[in-house]
Design a binder for this molecule. Structure first.
Ligand code: 5GP
Ligand code: ZN
Length: 120
């Protein structure tokens, strides 16, 4: 198992630690998924590594498997929630122009309506 790094000032590290409540959907030794508090679709979950990685720019080569597992967990949750066939979107925002507001990487999983493309 890879080392878990935690930032006490990070909102999502605090959710991982259980200091801030969240509606958890999936967890294992590396990954946690929970519902977004401000959903942008009928179903909106966030899939995060337990370890603190601020942005996609900070992902290390040794964390490539972990990054891939975020996608696999997203697909698993989408299937469990019944969205595999209808479809869904996964997205990761990076830094200001990407629209990132929480600096602990997270995959958005959005489903339950027709999603527009291109995104705004
Ligand atoms: P970003 O804008 O960084 O890509 O996405 C951050 C997401 O975190 C937003 O969709 C926002 O609604 C969500 N979020 C912010 N604070 C909380 C919180 O305290 N709990 C949960 N469950 N989601 C949060
Ligand atoms: Zn963090």
């Amino acid at each position: 198992m890879s080392e878990i790094i935690s930032d006490p000032d990070c909102l999502f590290c605090r959710i991982v630690a259980g200091e801030i409540p969240a509606e958890r959907l999936y967890e294992d030794d590396e990954i946690l998924a929970f519902r977004d508090v401000n959903p942008q679709a009928p179903f909106h979950a966030l899939i995060i590594p337990r370890t603190h990685i601020a942005t996609l720019n900070d992902l290390q080569p040794a964390q490539a498997t972990l990054a891939g597992r975020l996608l696999a967990v997203a697909a698993r949750i989408a299937a469990e929630q019944g969205f595999a066939e209808a479809g869904y979107r996964v997205a990761m925002n990076c830094n200001a122009d990407g629209g990132q507001s929480v600096y602990h990487i997270h995959l958005h999983l959005l489903a339950g309506r027709q999603l527009a493309w291109p995104p705004g």
